[in-house]
Ligand binder design. Structure first.
Ligand code: PLP
Length: 443
């Protein structure tokens, strides 16, 4: 019996009671290797003494001080940390409590910028199919995730969608990756022209698509062309780094690997690494100046923005990632993880593609690797893999719909950055056993 309205009310869940390093423990004495970092959240694993100390110290000082009355030291320091490192000019930081709030903030910022500059007609947002930007109504409106949108279609706001940059399925056989990247990016220009450039506020995209496509990085040159197109038409480029940011792909900001400067970057999961609920939005100085010096103002805020304990935790997480050289560690172990997964999983005959950057890896599961034909959606293969992996003491993050919103199965592997080669070996090993048991079930 439970009084919680759980995400999946019909399934029963183990009770998590503790965690240490990359392991989580449930009340029945079982241990789970957290190979997905929950939902790509956990960066330092569990029980990091520096983060715990920072939280305890800050919590012992004060419970809460409203940001309309006070600023606080941890939020000032965290903003400074992010602003110094963000790939944009003279950035400013807004805090929030999670990814969806970060998306909401970014959309409203984009709108406020255009209104402040005397372009109130700019109200159209363009996003991509097979994307996810959050569960709240504004964020869901710009999310190209048909399954999550379906029950709420009637109450979602308008948004225009283009195809994602998804080479495994969309690149032609006779096309180079560069030509494909350009073709995919050019569809943004076509969409802007159809909407009327004077009406378009912003384009939002995940630099590495997370859960909905399964760790898909763009083809070479894609984001350079996207950035050119946005600049040409005065459209803001919002990089949603809620999942792929904060070191997950081996650089602090995922977009650093694309050598472009977005106008707005959102982040959340890896920012606090699961120790506290926190998100943030970094915006360029140009947007800040336009809003602050313009006729309008930014009417926005939540009760818990800039919470001192959450900011202290996030600052400790980020400082630890830097002090312990974890970005270089993630970069160096990326090929090891990919090789281990290939060796362990490809013999199952159900692996279409293994892809991603750093410790954000997607494994696309197919019925036939040669034809790339997906499993029937009714088979719920990715969910079955999740269950089988749990039985093996392994957490992986399942998703479906990567092919067209309905067909296609994939799982995300996103271990904490502290993972060592021996942990990665266990991930590959346990996952291959889970896939083998799923194969037996589906035969
Ligand atoms: N944006 C991206 C890219 C995400 O992956 C997510 C969550 O998975 C969100 C936004 C929403 O974040 P939250 O679940 O913290 O509201």
């Amino acid at each position: 019996m439970t009084s919680i309205f759980h995400r999946s009310p019909t399934s029963s869940l183990p009770t998590a009671i503790g965690g240490q390093g990359v392991w989580l423990e449930s009340s029945d004495g079982r241990r789970y290797l957290d190979a997905s970092g929950g939902a790509a959240v956990s960066a330092l694993g569990h029980g990091h003494p520096k983060v715990i100390e920072a939280i305890c110290e800050q919590a012992s000082k004060m419970a809460y001080a409203h940001t309309a009355f006070f600023t606080n030291e941890p939020s000032e320091k965290l903003a400074e940390f992010l602003a110094v490192r963000a790939p944009m000019d003279a950035p400013k930081v807004l805090f929030c409590s999670g990814g969806s709030e970060a998306t909401e903030t970014s959309l409203k910022l984009a709108r406020a910028y255009h209104v402040s500059r005397g372009e109130p007609s700019r109200s159209v947002f363009i996003a991509r199919n097979q994307s996810y930007h959050g569960a709240t109504l504004g964020a869901l409106s710009v999310s190209g995730n048909p399954g999550r949108r379906a029950p709420y279609l009637d109450i979602l706001g308008p948004c225009r969608f283009i195809q994602p940059c998804y080479a495994y399925r969309h690149q032609f056989a006779d096309e180079t990756p560069e030509a494909y990247g350009k073709r995919a990016a050019d569809s943004l220009e076509a969409e802007i022209l159809t909407a009327g450039p004077e009406n378009v506020a912003a384009f939002i995209a995940e630099p590495v698509v997370g859960a909905t496509l399964g760790a898909v990085a763009a083809a070479p040159g894609y984001f350079t062309r996207i950035s050119e197109i946005c600049k040409k038409y005065g459209v803001l480029f919002i990089a949603d780094e809620v999942m792929c940011g904060m070191g997950r792909t081996g650089t602090l900001f995922a977009v650093e690997q694309e050598s472009v400067q977005p106008d707005i970057i959102t982040m959340a999961k890896g920012l606090g690494g699961g120790y506290q609920p926190i998100g943030a939005v970094v915006t360029s100085g140009e947007i800040y100046d336009a809003i602050v010096s313009g006729p309008g103002y930014f009417e926005h805020g939540h009760t818990y923005i800039g919470h001192a304990t959450a900011c202290a935790a996030a600052l400790a997480v980020q400082q630890t990632i830097e002090d312990e050289g974890l970005l270089a560690h993630v970069r160096s172990l990326h090929p090891v993880l990919v090789d281990l997964l290939r060796q362990a999983l490809e013999p199952t005959g159900m692996i279409g593609d293994i892809r991603g950057r750093g410790f954000l890896i997607g494994v696309e599961l197919v019925r036939d690797p040669v034809t790339k034909s997906p499993f029937a959606p009714e088979m719920k293969v990715s969910k079955t893999v999740k269950k089988a992996a749990m039985a093996e003491g392994l957490m992986v993050y399942p998703n479906s719909g990567c092919v067209d919103g309905r067909n296609g199965d994939h799982i995300l592997i996103a271990p904490p950055y502290i993972s060592q080669t021996s942990d990665l070996e266990q991930i590959a090993d346990r996952l291959s056993r889970a896939l083998a048991s799923v194969l037996t079930e589906t035969e």
